[in-house]
Write a protein that binds this ligand. Sequence first.
Ligand code: FMN
Length: 190
Amino acid sequence: MESTVEVLRPIQTRCSCRRYDPKPVHRELLEAVLESGRRAPSGKNLQPWHFYAVVNSEKNKEIGRKIQPILEEKVPQLKGKAEHIGVSNTLFYDSPVVIYITVKKDGLSTKYIDLGIAIENMMLQAEALGLCTLPAAMPQWFGSEIITKELGIPDSEEFVISLSLGYQHPSFEKKPTQREPLEKVVTFIE
Ligand SMILES: Cc1cc2nc3c(=O)[nH]c(=O)nc-3n(C[C@H](O)[C@H](O)[C@H](O)COP(=O)(O)O)c2cc1C
């Protein structure tokens, strides 16, 4: 049986991108990606998210560089990785665009699920448009305060995750990652 329909192809082809071409992302494409995030379903349709789309790549690099020493102190095995890949930081990997995603602090317990759906919608839309992405929790783990301050995120919101967005660098090799087999993650109950 043909296992995909056209709209689902990006689920199979997407993979995380950790090196980007500096080429900027056209505003129309970025808006299409954000629109797919906005269309995500959410508990009680509360839409608890806000997307801070920073299109100034120097600003993204500056934020990444500020967090990098904290990251390297906490995760010493990442020391030297940025230089090795040829990027300024291993938070955003020098993507030209970073979408910083926040959630309203006073939402339902489903609010993080809502964000997960929104970010996946954006990743799949990006993939369908020939762009690539990296969702990253490390900016939140190690740089939440820095990001909140740099972007002027209000007290009513919590920064949760970033989404790097751009074109894949010519030297970056797209490698599909492994998943557990279906029989290991599914229990059929009749
Ligand atoms: C919620 C979440 C947080 C992640 N955080 C990071 C991160 O901080 N840094 C990173 O390099 N990759 C991060 N990743 C990417 C995962 O490592 C990646 O999705 C996983 O290894 C599967 O690979 P694939 O995306 O290429 O299929 C994150 C992914 C998710 C879904």
